[in-house]
Design a protein around this ligand. Structure first.
Ligand code: MN
Length: 251
């Protein structure tokens, strides 16, 4: 049987330590091909570069750097550059949580999301610490998830968002299948002045908190568990369909 073909990407750039850890962890499972951005692309979401050309540089065998977003990387690799469709797309390991509403901003999740849209079994993996010291743990978890996804397919239109506590592997307390929780961002807008008197702004602030709820990705992490959230392609609020129909919007 042909070796599984695994496409790896990230949003922190091809030089980031997390992608090396991920590619190394997946190597025993198949042929790993890396297509990743040439620079930091965190929080680009599912952005795609439509208004400029993209260049691809081979760094070494099966490692390619793209001057685009994680979505660009997956799109180019799958639609054109790889000899065949991958069996798996894995995005990460991201240094920093992608929990709750983070998934809508996340370039890491978007890389996997694009894989799902292209009909490939895909997942994103993050170490929840913004200054991780146990990223190899997330690598080992990614290998376990990848192994099981190569055996059994995900349900249609589903992408997995995996978050891993920043702990030694032996200290993990298992895996929880979770739902997406809710963030409570406290981003402040910092206004500064440039040397010529013009204003510029920084979006940022303290590490975000979250709403305490049962069954969520946040809860799993608090309990030192790996959180696996199945995200659905369809973000329609079905509960709102009736209410909206009752508004009798008409033209
Ligand atoms: Mn990132």
């Amino acid at each position: 049987m042909e070796k599984p073909l695994i496409l790896v990407t990230n949003d922190d750039g091809i030089q980031a330590p997390g992608i090396k850890i991920l590619a190394d962890a997946l190597e025993p499972l198949g042929e790993v091909w890396v297509y990743a951005p040439d620079r930091q692309q965190s929080a680009v979401g599912h952005g795609v570069s439509l208004h400029r050309p993209l260049r691809v540089h081979e760094l070494r065998e099966r490692w390619y750097m793209v001057d685009g977003t994680p979505t660009d990387c997956v799109m180019l690799a799958v639609r054109d550059l790889l000899a065949r469709k991958p069996d798996l797309v894995v995005s990460g390991v991201n240094p920093g949580a992608n929990l709750g509403d983070d998934v809508t901003y996340s370039g890491t999740v978007a890389g996997a999301y694009e894989g799902m849209l292209l009909g490939i079994c895909s997942f994103a993996v993050s170490d929840v610490s913004y200054s991780p010291v146990h990223m190899e743990t997330a690598g080992r978890v990614a290998r376990a998830v990848a192994e099981s996804l190569l055996r059994q397919r995900l349900p249609k239109d589903t992408v997995l968002n995996v978050n891993v506590p920043d702990l030694p592997y032996e200290e993990l307390r298992g895996v929880a299948v979770t739902r997406m929780g809710k963030r409570d961002y406290q981003d402040e807008i910092v206004r500064r002045e440039d040397p010529r008197g013009g204003a510029y702004y920084w979006i940022g602030g303290a590490e975000p908190s979250h709403v305490e709820e049962e069954g969520t990705d946040f809860e799993a992490i608090e309990h030192r568990k790996v959180s696996v959230t199945p995200l659905h392609r369809d973000v329609t609020n079905y509960g709102a369909l009736n209410a909206l129909n009752e508004w009798a919007l008409s033209l």
